[in-house]
Design a protein around this ligand. Structure first.
Ligand code: CA
Ligand code: CA
Length: 264
């Protein structure tokens, strides 16, 4: 009973309890309110493509396949859903995602699309396909709060740590972590694939979103919209919640469980 009460206390304190976390997915598990916008792209018209893990290997459908890396982004129909100008899509996690200061860089979840870095020789020259796109978050799917981060502000996707070529790379053996944020101060421009992989430090890239500015303590829903002012389609691969670091969670649980010392 003590253990149960401690877990309840931990849960009410916002700690991501391991017992329930075993059933939780870090990725979106459901979608709603898909509006493809003013120029729908039927090839990328299935919102289910934004559920589950972002893509690690792509191009099978088009016969030009390879491991996803910052120079070779997802492009198969089952990888991405298109949101054309004026359109939007709501994605939902199956658990509350908390705003916690212990999360690295304050980032609470990552958004993945299909932007990539154009090559100049063997280094990244500029970001290609960064359409922008607005992001709103919600606890209940009814009341929405905008964040300042745009969908493609962040980092192109990397599927594996052990990729050694940009085009048609074989799948690696060491998958990246889509639930880990890249250091926002890292700049991939001018860097080689190996340097970018090192800079990502095990992360799978993506755009890190910190919703602290909304004042919400947790969210469950993410709405992504393509502004009417855009001329290009926005493509979404998936979203990934960033967990509160285990050491911080354990510390909070331990402090809740530990009996208080009496003052002498
Ligand atoms: Ca945060
Ligand atoms: Ca996807």
């Amino acid at each position: 009973m003590v253990r149960f009460q401690s877990l309840r206390a931990a849960a009410s304190a916002g700690v991501f309890v391991v017992a329930s976390g075993a059933l939780a997915s870090p990725y979106a598990t459901t979608w709603s309110n898909y509006n493809p916008g003013s120029s729908p792209n039927s090839t990328y018209g299935d919102p289910n493509a934004a559920l589950g893990s972002p893509t690690r290997y792509t191009g099978v459908h088009f016969g030009y396949e390879g491991a996803v890396n910052p120079f070779f982004s997802p492009f198969d129909p089952q990888d991405l859903v298109a949101i054309s100008p004026g359109g939007s899509l709501t994605l939902a996690f199956d658990h509350d995602v908390f705003n916690r200061p212990e999360k690295p860089y304050g980032i609470d979840f990552n958004v993945f699309g299909n932007w990539f870095y154009a090559l100049n020789g063997n280094v990244a020259d500029f970001k290609f396909g960064a359409v922008g796109g607005s992001i709103e978050v919600s606890k209940d799917g009814i009341n929405w709060f905008a964040v300042n981060t745009r969908v493609s502000d962040g980092f192109a996707t990397l599927g594996y740590v052990d990729i050694f070529q940009t085009e048609q790379a074989p799948a690696g053996n060491i998958p990246t972590d889509f639930t880990k944020a890249v250091d926002p101060s890292f700049n991939p421009i001018g860097k080689t694939l190996a340097e970018i992989i090192a800079g990502y430090n095990g992360s799978g890239g993506g755009t890190g979103v910190d919703f602290a500015s909304t004042g919400l303590d947790f969210i469950r829903f993410v709405r992504i919209s393509n502004p009417d002012t855009n001329s290009a389609n926005l493509y979404i691969d998936g979203i990934a919640a960033i967990p509160t670091p285990v050491t911080a969670s354990l510390f909070i649980i331990a402090s809740l469980i530990a009996p208080r010392r009496r003052r002498v």
